[in-house]
Design a protein around this ligand. Structure first.
Ligand SMILES: C[S@@+](CC[C@H](N)C(=O)[O-])C[C@H]1O[C@@H](n2cnc3c(N)ncnc32)[C@H](O)[C@@H]1O
Ligand SMILES: [Zn+2]
Length: 325
């Protein structure tokens, strides 16, 4: 099993952990595969991250349109943030790991508002223009090819739809200090992503903004989040107090972004495709939309591939996990 690295929190000197040694075949990009990981119990519950959880909720609540038709959570994990999606008619939880989706389904039950989809953010199995709102929190840091991920999300978000993105910021105040004191060899001012542990990247805000724009997203509003992610502070000040202060600072600090985490609300321009009525999935392998439904799978008429459905989870992982080395 590779090293598990759940979030991009370089500052806490913890790497999270997908199974980073699951490298896909030559032409495919590596995926931080969380299959079988205990992300919830290893990273969140009783792990001293109540503050991070609270401040992320404050930012998401602020930036996310409160209601809408269909929301896609890309890299939803075990569904930590779903209680913020109550105003949406339909919620699609997408993760590469089936085990995390099973956990999400156990928590949420068989509520038909939720759809569970195992797939890669490089190959979303949906027709263009399908969703009104996409959310991606603590996930972009696992992407080696950010432009491809953002292009793929832009493809499935409808015209004038919304995208709320969280990313790990490399140009935060501690990284700048460390660099200036020569305790860090990479420059926080350089626009290129820094990979501090295999498949864990921190990004320069200008880099993210550039690629959002190239994908067709215009930034509307930002929040600088987790200003108090300092172990000493977190030990002495109750998380709820820190979270209130963080909430007060998120918008004033947004222009400077001195924090390790940044939330962005961007809007899709009017150039997006309109989803064909009644069509939801697209084959991630051949991009065909003619899929027929069997008892336990969808069959693609374009390439004859079979996409399993098990325990209410649509398995569109492509390339297939077995293709991984
Ligand atoms: C740190 S967790 C964040 C989970 C959730 N968004 C949250 O904030 O609690 C990272 C998530 O990204 C997912 N992930 C990583 N690489 C992925 C990929 N290529 N495609 C889809 N999901 C991916 C993992 O399965 C995991 O659920
Ligand atoms: Zn196909």
């Amino acid at each position: 099993m590779g090293r598990v690295c759940y979030n991009g929190e370089q500052d806490s000197e913890e790497s999270d952990g997908g199974l980073t040694d699951n490298i896909l075949p030559e032409e495919a990009l590596p995926i931080c595969d969380y299959e079988g990981s205990t992300y919830r119990t290893d990273f969140w519950e009783g792990r001293g991250r109540e503050y991070e959880d609270l401040v992320e909720r404050i930012a998401l609540h602020r930036l996310l349109p409160p209601a809408g038709t269909r929301l896609l959570d890309v890299g939803a994990g075990f569904g930590r943030l779903v209680d913020l999606y109550t105003g949406y008619d339909e919620v699609v939880l997408l993760v590469y790991s089936c085990s995390l989706l099973r956990e999400a389904r156990e928590r949420l039950g068989d509520d038909p508002r939720y759809r569970y989809v195992a797939a890669s953010f490089y190959h979303l199995p949906f027709v263009a223009g399908l969703v009104e709102t996409a959310v991606m929190v603590r996930v972009l840091h696992h992407a080696q090819d950010v432009p491809s991920v953002l292009d793929e999300i832009a493809r499935v978000v409808c015209a004038r739809g919304h995208f709320v993105l969280e990313y790990a910021n490399k140009r935060h105040v501690k990284a700048m200090l460390r660099y200036l004191l020569r305790r860090q060899d990479w420059s926080p001012f350089d626009w290129q992503p820094v990979e501090f542990v295999a498949l864990n990247f921190d990004f320069h805000p200008a880099y993210v903004r550039l690629h959002l724009a190239q994908a067709g997203f215009a930034v509307q509003q930002e929040c600088a989040v987790s200003a108090f992610r300092l172990p000493v502070l977190k030990r002495v000040v109750p998380p709820r107090v820190l979270a209130v202060l963080d909430g007060l600072l998120q918008r004033p600090l947004a222009p400077l972004k001195p924090t390790p985490s940044v939330f962005v609300h961007a809007c899709r321009d009017g150039d997006a495709a309109v989803a064909p009525a009644g069509v939801f999935f697209r084959c991630p392998a051949c991009h065909g939309t003619d899929l027929s439904r069997g008892n336990d799978a969808l069959f693609c008429r374009g390439c004859a591939r079979r996409w399993p459905i098990a325990n209410g989870i649509y398995d569109f992982r492509w390339p297939r996990p077995n293709d991984q080395k």
